[in-house]
Each structure stands twice: as structure tokens, then as C-alpha cells.
Design a protein around this ligand. Structure first.
Ligand SMILES: [Zn+2]
Length: 355
């Protein structure tokens, strides 16, 4: 079975001033790639597929012309990034330094999907970018400009390469973008042909939206649910128990709770649906030191989570595309690299991948 890495260096955002005003390490993709080459000895010729920029025609498969045009206004970009000072930066600079990488993020997800679908025995592609799950046809949000997963689904469907799609989204935030695209019937004629499993924080952006109805397996997590589950809180007497040291409980028990929760939902999803391809949105903002997320998954827990999902794809012989999505700590790249390295070590049988 083969696992390919899809990468292009243009996905990195060379706006180093961002790093001073936002916790997102905008060059983490390149750091992960370098570690795969240097530490794991990934063979660039045989095991890496060069990504590419998407085309405007591809963006128009999901996005409206009006929305694409709105991105030539720096205010819209500032709003999507939630970084107010960007509105004062000349738009041509934002196009060059920020939007061009986003066109590559989208192109790389398309390349990964087209290559993964040829894998009929559960292999797939790990895309060192993508997973912009807050963007939908007419809007963006949370650093997501283009609905890359929706576009890739539409392309595979239009080319007759796949009919049934599963999205497994384990980013800390809910994937409201592709969910709205599905809700509005933009992905497939029959909405049932796209199955969505989403595990996310109930109390965070993007909060509630009607598009949530398009989720098939909803694994929303709230802190209260966790404490109830590990039986440290009696939900009837929540306030009485609220003096418990939550932070400590969170960090010592979260891995177990989260991994069991994900495992249970994966089992349910695979029992209910048999897709031609899986899009695994492997957001790492669930990690304990993530500045934007409140989950406390350990680095080891992240490795186990990603392995668990890929194991399911392999066991069911379904090709997969893994996208990186969110993950914001300055050390985040090390945890993500460790997890990808583990997947390659465990599942890739092509000897050339290791020196
Ligand atoms: Zn996220």
C-alpha cells in the first residue's frame, strides 16, 4: 500500500509580520516537509507529488464570482483572517503574499484527491496543507478563503472518479464551510452521497448554524460532557461540583475520553456508510498547548488519533486524503510531523520511502 505526500513550497505564507500579531505559524508546512525529508528520509522523487495552484475555473465550481471578486478588497481579507490591520495593507501585496498561497492550498487538495482515488486498497495522500473548512460558496472565515474539500469532491464527481464521499473532520472547530455547501446542495445531486462526521468543540467558533443539520455523525464536545463522561461531575449538581480542579482533570483524562469518543463515532460512521473516498481533515488545534483551542490532547494522543483514522481507511480498503487544517502553536509543526511520520512508518509498504 502506498502513501504519498502532496506538497508545494508556495503554500507557506511569507508574511513574517503575521507571526507577531497572530499565533498561526504561517510557514509550518515547510517545516513539516523538511523534517519528513531530513528525519524520515522521504524520497522526494518516488513519494512526493508536487502540488499546484488551482485555477479560477476550479474555484468557480463552488464559489460565486461575486465572492471571488470580494477578495480583491483588503477589508474582506482582514475580516476572514480576523486580523484588523490587514485592511490597511494594499491589496496587491495581500494577493501576492497571502492569496497566492491559498490558491496553492486548494490546488494541492485537488491533486491529493485525484491521486488518492487511484489507490484502490486503502492507500492515500497526505496533503501538507489544505482543510480550509470554514469557507463556503459565498463566504470565508477563520483564515479559510476557499472551500478546498468541496471543490475536490465536485471535481472527482464531475470526472466520474467517485460517487460517494465521506468527510471525517477532527479539527477543534466545526467544518461549517463544506457543511453549508452540502446543505445548499452544491456538492452532489443526492445530499446522502456526502457523509459527514465531525468532532469539534461545541462552545467555540463557528457556534451554531443551520448547516449543522448536514452532519451525519455529530461528535460535538463540551467541557461539561467530558466531566460527566469521566464521572467527576454529576450533571444534576454541576454547580456544587464546580470547585474541582478542571484543568488538572482535563489534562490527565482528556486523551482517554477523546480517543474513545472518536473511535466510537468512527465505528458508527463506517457501519452506516461505504464511501469511494475519505477526506480526513486532521486539524491539530486539539493539542493541549494550542493557543486557539481548549482541548488538551497530548502529542501522543494526536498520533494515536490520526493512526486510528488511517487504520479505519486501510481496514475498509478506502482511499483517503488527509489535510492538515488548523493547528496554531509555535511548536505545532513538530507534533504534526511526528504523527505523519508514524502513519508513513506504519502503513506505507513502499521501501523507497525510508533510507
Ligand atoms: Zn480549527
Amino acid at each position: 500500500m502506498s502513501i504519498k505526500i502532496v506538497y508545494s513550497e508556495q503554500v507557506n505564507i511569507p508574511l513574517y509580520c503575521f507571526n507577531a500579531i497572530h499565533p498561526f505559524d504561517t510557514t509550518k508546512f515547510g517545516k513539516i516537509y523538511s523534517r519528513l525529508l531530513l528525519i524520515d528520509g522521504i524520497d522526494e522523487k518516488n513519494n512526493v507529488i508536487q502540488g499546484r495552484m488551482c485555477t479560477k475555473e476550479e474555484l468557480l465550481l463552488i464559489h460565486t464570482d461575486n465572492y471571488l471578486n470580494s477578495l480583491y478588497d483588503s477589508k474582506t481579507i482582514a475580516m476572514i483572517c480576523q486580523v484588523a490591520p490587514l485592511q490597511w495593507i494594499p491589496n496587491f501585496l495581500l494577493q501576492w503574499y497571502l492569496m497566492t498561497p491559498m490558491w496553492y492550498h486548494t490546488g494541492n487538495t485537488i491533486v491529493a484527491a485525484e491521486n488518492a482515488i487511484q489507490n484502490k486498497n486503502g492507500g492515500g495522500c497526505i496533503c501538507l496543507s489544505g482543510g480550509m473548512h470554514h469557507a463556503s460558496s459565498k463566504s470565508g472565515g477563520g483564515w479559510c478563503f476557499f472551500s478546498d474539500i468541496s471543490i475536490a469532491i465536485k471535481i472527482l464527481k464531475n470526472k466520474g472518479l467517485a460517487k460517494k464521499f465521506m468527510i471525517i473532520d477532527l479539527d477543534y472547530h466545526r467544518g461549517n464551510g463544506y457543511q453549508l455547501d452540502k446543505f445548499q446542495g452544491l456538492l452532489t445531486q443526492k445530499k446522502e452521497d456526502v457523509y459527514i462526521m465531525d468532532v469539534y468543540s461545541k462552545n467555540s467558533y463557528p457556534f451554531y448554524g443551520t448547516e449543522q443539520k448536514s452532519i451525519d455523525t455529530d461528535g460535538a464536545i463540551s467541557a461539561l460532557d467530558i466531566y460527566k463522561d469521566i464521572k467527576l461531575i454529576d450533571s444534576e449538581n454541576y454547580t456544587e461540583c464546580s470547585t474541582v480542579d478542571f484543568d488538572k482533570i482535563f489534562s490527565t483524562n482528556f486523551d482517554k475520553f477523546y480517543l474513545e469518543h472518536v473511535n466510537k463515532l468512527l465505528k458508527k460512521s463506517f457501519e452506516e456508510f461505504d464511501p469511494d473516498i475519505i477526506f480526513y481533515n486532521a486539524g491539530s488545534d486539539v493539542l493541549e498547548d494550542d493557543p486557539l483551542g481548549n482541548f488538551t490532547l497530548t502529542v501522543d494522543g494526536l498520533r494515536k488519533r490520526d493512526e486510528m483514522v488511517i487504520q479505519k481507511c486501510v481496514d475498509n480498503k478506502i482511499p483517503f486524503v488527509m489535510t492538515l487544517s488548523g493547528g496554531y502553536g509555535k511548536e505545532n509543526y513538530k507534533a504534526v510531523h511526528g504523527s505523519i511520520s508514524n502513519i508513513i512508518g506504519k502503513f506505507d509498504n513502499e521501501k523507497s520511502i525510508h533510507k
